[in-house]
Ligand binder design. Structure first.
Ligand SMILES: Nc1ncnc2c1ncn2[C@@H]1O[C@H](COP(=O)(O)OP(=O)(O)O)[C@@H](O)[C@H]1O
Ligand SMILES: [Mg+2]
Length: 276
């Protein structure tokens, strides 16, 4: 086993918060090995909003779980703020697709949001302030005493976002967080994520299979091949920073970017991959 030369990626630029270097993940199951991710290298700068897009089964969740330290990689490495990730890092929060399963049904909204802060051993008064601010930011201040099962899917996902935000992470990972909500709610939640990102200066890595969503949210979109995964292309999203559902989505540049990424994802589905 040799370690890949680190020269393969961008040399440690001072602004890179997250550095994924030659990441490979092979799942070992009952005598059968599945190479999910072959070779991924990319960086995310501090304060950036980067979207990862790729067809279903492209290894997006595998990548995110490796970045989050929830899954060990077979080779390569993930470096966050200069430190190699070997388990869930302190400065990171994750929002998953299955919000229903990520919230504790027997706890109130407030208790759910507060829980990771208790684990972080934050003092009570400070916890209270962080929880109040986060619930206010996602528009859930009024339902802090409700239980998750009393809320709609979109509201439950807001709770998950509030919980992540209250934690004050340096980086927020999101894995298709809005895949299970209706289109209107989804648009609202996209705007919520953009506004929280702008306001808090947090770095966001957002995974989606929705091409429009990746263009609307991202400053940069990384397009993945199908599994075993490599990076097909990185596309800079040169749309104005102020975005809104109507203006941005009817911008001709939005259509161009969407077409470009659509073609790339189509190629990925057809099994195209860059020469190795
Ligand atoms: N626990 C696992 N064991 C074996 N194979 C897996 C496991 N999880 C995912 N895979 C396989 O890895 C590939 C990528 O899956 P995944 O990361 O879930 O993709 P995506 O999130 O892009 O839909 C798929 O071929 C999937 O079947
Ligand atoms: Mg997935």
């Amino acid at each position: 086993m040799t370690t890949a030369p680190t020269g393969a990626g961008t040399p440690g630029t001072s602004t890179a918060l997250l550095d994924v270097r030659r990441l490979r993940k092979v799942y070992q199951g009952r005598g059968r090995a599945v190479e999910a991710v072959r070779d991924l290298t990319f960086t995310v700068g501090a304060g950036e909003m980067v979207c990862i897009v790729g067809p279903s089964g492209a290894g997006k969740t595998t990548l995110l779980r490796c970045v989050a330290g929830l899954l060990g990689c077979t080779s390569g490495e993930v470096v966050l703020e200069g430190e190699k990730v070997t388990g869930p890092p302190a400065g990171m929060a994750v929002v998953f697709q299955e919000y229903g399963r990520s919230l504790f049904p027997w706890m109130t909204v407030r208790q759910n949001v507060e829980r990771p802060l208790k684990e972080k051993r934050i003092a009570k008064a400070e916890r209270r302030r962080l929880v109040d601010d986060a619930l206010e930011a996602v528009g859930l201040a009024k339902v802090h005493d409700a239980h998750p099962w009393q809320l709609s899917g979109g509201m439950q996902q807001r709770v998950a976002i509030a919980r992540a935000v209250a934690y004050e992470p340096h980086i927020l990972l999101m894995d298709e967080p809005f895949a299970a909500v209706d289109a209107q709610t989804r648009a609202d939640l996209e705007d919520l994520v953009r506004s929280l990102w702008k306001r808090l200066g947090v770095t966001v890595l957002f995974v989606t299979h929705d091409i429009d969503e990746s263009v609307y949210l991202g400053e940069r979109v990384i397009v993945l091949s199908n599994s075993p995964t490599v990076v097909l292309e990185e596309v800079a999203i040169d749309l104005p920073g102020e975005r809104d559902q109507l203006t941005t989505r009817s911008d001709p540049r939005f259509a161009e970017l969407r077409t470009r990424i659509y073609k790339l994802v189509q190629q990925a589905k057809d099994g195209y991959r860059p020469a190795e």
